[in-house]
Design a protein around this ligand. Sequence first.
Ligand code: 5GP
Ligand code: MG
Ligand code: MG
Length: 174
Amino acid sequence: MSERIVTMISKEEIAKRVQELGAEISDHYRSNPPVLVCVLKGSFVFAADLARAIDTSVRIDFLGMRSYGEGTESSGVVQITQDLSRPIAGEDVLIVEDIVDTGLTIAHLIDLFRTRAPRSVKVCALLHKPARAKVQVKVDYLGFTIEDRFVVGYGLDFAEKYRNLPYIGVVERS
Ligand code: 5GP
Ligand code: MG
Ligand code: MG
């Protein structure tokens, strides 16, 4: 069995969309610098590009989460592997996610953050698979809506592989 990756969203398409999202976010937060919460590991590439597409002051923090095992199906179990480095009370939080699939991870995260009394919590996700939603979550800033395929690249993995691909693709086995 060999694996090959078929491109779904090119590096150029991603770059263009990230610039647009950055401009929208900059406008919204112009007078209230947000805390960008990069959800590890999957969002590290997106968050790094997005942060540089934002031209207002931001603080950046990281949260380690795990919702999948080594496979491609959600285990439904969400585990925090690393918490934020600082409190978010009174802050405008912008969660930066790679992908909203069932929505369970982001819903859990929003609930958790709300217990910490931030001023606001919004979500920016690169990808959304609406076909798989188990809970409704509002994605305030969205890169692309995609069909129900397991995607890799641009931070997203399959058993920890492919995070370094500069584009989003689908794994094909033959
Ligand atoms: P959810 O809790 O919304 O079902 O899934 C959230 C997390 O599962 C994402 O942040 C991501 O880490 C992982 N995930 C969901 N769909 C995919 C996918 O198509 N590819 C990869 N690599 N990870 C996914
Ligand atoms: Mg994620
Ligand atoms: Mg993963």
